[in-house]
Design a protein around this ligand. Structure first.
Ligand SMILES: Cc1cc2nc3c(=O)[nH]c(=O)nc-3n(C[C@H](O)[C@H](O)[C@H](O)COP(=O)(O)OP(=O)(O)OC[C@H]3O[C@@H](n4cnc5c(N)ncnc54)[C@H](O)[C@@H]3O)c2cc1C
Length: 422
């Protein structure tokens, strides 16, 4: 099914295809199955060979060519290093990269969460300083929102920010900080005015991460890996220049971070799931399980759900092409893929049966592909806002139903948090 997006978009697609044909380094698409990686969902990062492919010289060459062509963060404003692509063109770009079997260079939470907040709320000086450093890869951010007692109830954060002269000093604790080991920056929501009402008095600070006043400790997960950390701040410093949106206005900035959805992956988001599905069908075949009516039913369920994702993506793109903007309906997509994927993890281990209970031998804590899918898929309904929080958003902001008091009965609560994949 191809959507007719009009002649201008058709021209953009043709030019992009020509550029790809002329610029993809030979052998890049053979390094690994790039289309199995699922940016923003945490899936596919355990793909065999991916880690090696990401540090291969052909990948480095590809990154350089994309940077030269302003095809990293291409939807960001042209004056700060992007191309200002609208969501429809961005979706076409993602489709064409997928068709060519090559990766986009994706800057993780720096691209999907921090950048949009700086674009929306930063001063010209802040944009000019922070955005190009994300595009070039010089700065890589992790997210310091959740605290030991404040995950969904983000407005209750207790980490303190104290203004001393021209600096802000941050003291407190964050937890579940994904990719902390890789980051050199962290975006933190902290309380700069403890006397102010809950949602007021918060500030959004971009802090240098590996500097004095910050320590972090990896948290071991049930998959055996330790992709996230707890982070301790003891007077960690940043210039006031690093406060985005102004002191005391952090909640507004955080809401941009949480609500940012441009629909640029609308028509490709289902593809890695489809890829994974056929992989599971093959696993079922090799185990002689495809004749089992229950397995057939489970696989049919999974396929139907992936097609629903596909059609929903096409609907989103059609809306964008008509000038619509994605809004809180994005919660339906997050809820749908994460609940689907958790179920798929269960289907995968049930297809494998007893085999799924045996880990491979080897040092560390090795797991098989499907064991890892099973483990990691359980996290999808927690990070990026839990399923309950997505349902609240849909009921309150899409359907206009009355606010639920929630388990903690917090007055005036807007309870949501978004993190990208671990
Ligand atoms: C893999 C992974 C990566 C993560 N990465 C990061 C990161 O990089 N940075 C970061 O800051 N955080 C990160 N998180 C933390 C994540 O954002 C929180 O775990 C999430 O917001 C839930 O918060 P919580 O764990 O404190 O649970 P709680 O908020 O205490 O929720 C507990 C349960 O109560 C339910 N609940 C809570 N409030 C309501 C309500 N109002 N209505 C109905 N039900 C409700 C929740 O749905 C959940 O089932 C990550 C989490 C995971 C699993």
């Amino acid at each position: 099914m191809d959507l007719d997006l009009g002649p201008e978009i058709g021209r953009f697609r043709t030019e992009l295809r020509d550029w790809l044909a002329a610029n993809i380094p030979e052998g890049l698409s053979d390094l690994t199955d790039w289309n199995a990686v699922m940016p923003g969902t945490g899936g596919g990062y355990d793909l065999p060979g991916l880690a090696e492919a990401l540090v291969h010289p052909l990948h480095a060459e590809w990154e350089r060519r994309l940077l030269d062509a302003r095809l990293v963060c291409p939807h960001w404003p042209a004056e700060f290093g992007g191309q200002g692509l609208d969501p429809v063109r961005l979706a076409v770009l993602n489709e064409e990269f997928h068709r060519a079997g090559v990766p986009t260079i994706w800057r993780g939470m720096s691209e999907s969460l921090v950048g949009p907040s700086v674009i929306m709320h930063g001063t010209m000086e802040q944009k000019a300083y922070f955005l190009p450093r994300i595009i070039s890869g010089e700065d890589y951010y992790c997210q310091g929102f959740s605290e030991p007692s404040h995950g969904s109830d983000l407005a209750a954060v207790e980490t303190q920010g104290e203004v001393v002269g021209a600096e802000i000093l941050v003291t407190g604790q964050k937890v579940w900080t994904s990719r902390a080991a890789r980051a050199n920056m962290i975006f933190v929501l902290c309380r700069t005015d403890p006397a102010a009402e809950k949602h007021a008095g918060l500030s959004y600070v971009l802090l240098p991460f590996k500097e004095k006043g910050i320590t972090y400790r990896p948290i071991k997960q049930m998959s055996g890996s330790a992709e996230f950390c707890e982070v301790f701040f003891d007077g960690a410093q940043a210039p006031l220049f690093n406060v985005i949106g102004g002191l005391g206005d952090g909640w507004r900035v955080a809401m941009t971070t949480l609500g940012h959805e441009r629909g640029g992956r609308a028509t490709v988001a289902h593809l890695p799931f489809e890829h994974e599905f056929w992989n599971l069908v093959e696993t079922a075949r090799t185990r002689g399980r495809t004749g089992d009516p229950l397995v057939r039913q489970q696989l049919a369920w999974a396929y139907a759900h992936i097609q629903l994702m596909r059609f929903n993506g096409a609907r989103t793109l059609a809306q964008l092409a008509e000038g619509g903007q994605p809004g809180p309906e994005a919660s339906t997509a997050k809820l749908f893929w994460s609940e689907f994927h958790k179920q798929l993890g269960l289907i995968a281990v049930s297809v494998l049966g007893a085999e799924a209970m045996v880990r491979p031998t080897g040092s560390g804590y090795p797991t098989t592909l499907w064991q890892n899918t099973f483990f990691s898929s359980t996290a999808g309904t927690i990070y990026g806002g839990t399923s309950e929080i997505q349902r609240n958003i849909m009921s309150e902001r899409v359907l206009g139903l009355p606010k639920s008091p929630g388990p903690r009965e917090t007055a005036g609560r807007v309870s949501t948090v978004t993190n990208e994949e671990p």
